[in-house]
Write a protein that binds this ligand. Structure first.
Ligand code: ADP
Length: 353
């Protein structure tokens, strides 16, 4: 027989162990009274009390019924438990009778309830479903328009040279839109695959920023937007992936020009303090209402979907920026007031030495 103090020590250790389990655990006697409940269970069911009936703490008829009929040993039953407030959550509850304590055979070991939080898994599943639906929708629209124009060109507009010119231009734009969407999807998945591996090569930011700003100047000029560029003389170097950093500058400056067009001016400012390098892209357009700011980097999130599509947007630009910045162990900060333009700031750790 183990000694009494040894039993006490093991009991305390087991209680400590159960208390650290993040999933709610409850033990109920066959008399319906709660025998044990860990802190996670107390948090989920605030009215649950040890020694009181389970039904006073857990008001879920499915669970109570399953506890009453709990099968012994190897065949647990699973019940789903949902909470709507304060936030929607779903749990899988595994219920089974514990084996009787051996000697004498009289001791009732009770019924265990083990809760597994399904919320995160469900959310991921929902995101996957939404993503596929979004991609299909984004591709279907230009595709439907292409098919429509092909049919018109084969039929009613067969001999109409002017219409043909016009329709071909639209068809080309739609085909480009699908190409851009697929390119963006592929870059997003490539970046995500490598997100956990921080890039190591030293990259001088002045070169990256000025190269991309020079590339985008003609497109900005077409829209009547000037780009002002301010950079320090001393080289600002980060550990990075040059192509990915070019994409960041491209997406931010392109957005500032596209959406801030009415402001006529975009400022690109690069600064550094030895510890961090900060790239700020500022426009003087209509700005973005507060409620949208936290969601802008979600895939396909747009403040105004029609406007974004008209401007050739895929809804993926800022998602790509966010993932690249994450991969570089940096941060993206967005500030905006409606009517007062927007500032997108990328903060990257400076390369040591
Ligand atoms: P899109 O391809 O639609 O431009 P992004 O991911 O780059 O996708 O941007 C998401 C949304 O954020 C845009 O549709 C737009 O509504 C908003 N947005 C981005 N940049 C700006 C900006 N500088 N000013 C106002 N709105 C912006």
């Amino acid at each position: 027989m183990p000694r009494l103090d040894e039993l006490h020590r093991r009991l305390a250790a087991l209680q400590g162990l159960i208390a650290t389990v993040p999933d709610p655990l409850i033990l109920v006697g066959h008399d319906g009274l709660v025998r044990e409940a860990n802190p996670a269970a107390q948090t989920l069911f605030p009215t649950l009390r040890i020694g009181h009936p389970l039904s006073l703490g857990v008001r879920a008829p499915d669970i109570l019924e399953a506890v009453e009929k709990a099968p012994a040993g190897d065949h647990p039953v699973h019940v789903e438990y949902r909470e709507r407030t304060p936030t929607a959550r779903a749990f899988d509850v595994r219920i089974c009778s514990l084996p009787r304590v051996s000697d004498g055979g009289e001791e009732d070991a009770g019924v265990s309830l083990v809760f597994r939080d399904l919320t995160a898994a469900r959310r991921l599943e929902q995101m996957r479903v939404d993503f596929v639906a979004n991609v299909s929708h984004e591709l279907r629209t230009p595709l439907a328009s292409l098919v429509g124009f092909i049919e018109t060109l084969e039929g009613p507009a067969r001999e109409d040279a002017a219409a043909r010119e016009r329709f071909l231009a639209i068809m080309r734009a739609q085909a480009w839109r699908m190409t851009r969407l697929i390119d963006d999807l592929l870059s997003l998945s490539r970046i995500e695959l490598r997100e956990h591996i921080a890039p190591e090569a030293p990259v001088e930011l002045q070169g990256v920023v000025s190269q991309m700003v020079d590339t985008l100047r003609p497109m900005a000029a077409e829209r009547g937007v000037t780009i002002a560029l301010a950079m320090p003389d001393a080289a600002l170097t980060v550990r990075g992936d040059r192509d990915e950093l070019l994409r960041v500058v491209e997406n931010l400056v392109e957005n500032a020009v596209k959406y801030g067009e009415s402001g006529g001016r975009v400022e690109v400012i690069l600064e550094g303090d030895g510890k961090e390098a900060v790239l700020a892209v500022r426009d003087h357009g209509p700005g973005i209402a507060h409620e949208h700011l936290p969601r802008l980097t979600e895939r396909f999130y747009r403040v105004d979907a029609t406007q974004s599509r008209e401007k050739g947007g895929t809804g993926l630009g800022l998602a790509i920026v966010k993932h690249i910045v994450n991969r570089h162990r940096g941060r993206l900060a967005i500030e905006s007031e409606p009517g007062r333009g927007a500032t997108f700031r990328v903060i990257l750790p400076a390369a040591e030495g």
